[in-house]
Design a protein. Structure first.
Length: 143
């Protein structure tokens, strides 16, 4: 056991980090193992297992638990094995037909203006904009 205060704190920090890293490393290890078994058995859900394994490896590398090149190497090997995998025999199930929603009716076009309405708008002049008031210069007065 350390006697120095800074070393005691350093040990405490290392323990916290070790436990945190262990979670990421364990999750990645389990995900890779399940993906590997799914790929070896040519299971149809191997694609899902592969994606979750890649995600777990990326998270572990992002946290710094494993080196990013290590994660890249493991992902590469998994994807290579997945590409080499023999396709599983899948029984085609009848596709469920979803009801097609009817298109909403288009909105009516805006009405055309009548000659009377146009004449009224032309007769009324548009309000004029007020010019910005310029401050008058003060002239010095002689006293």
């Amino acid at each position: 056991m350390a006697n120095i205060k800074s070393q005691i704190k350093r040990n405490r920090q290392n323990d916290k980090r070790r436990l945190r890293n262990r979670v990421y490393r364990g999750t990645a290890r389990i995900a890779v193992k399940t993906a590997r078994t799914a790929i070896d058995s040519s299971a149809p859900e191997s694609n899902v297992a592969l994606i979750s394994a890649i995600s777990a490896l990326d998270k572990a590398a992002e946290q710094g638990v494993i080196h990013r090149n290590n994660a890249a190497r493991r992902k590469s090997r998994l994807v290579k094995a997945f590409a080499k995998m023999e396709p599983a025999k899948v029984v085609a199930e009848p596709a469920m037909v979803e009801p097609v929603a009817e298109a909403e009716p288009k909105k009516a076009a805006p009405r055309k203006r009548t000659a009377k309405a146009e004449a009224e708008t032309k007769a009324e002049p548009a309000p004029k904009k007020k010019a910005a008031a310029t401050p008058k210069k003060k002239t010095p007065t002689k006293e």
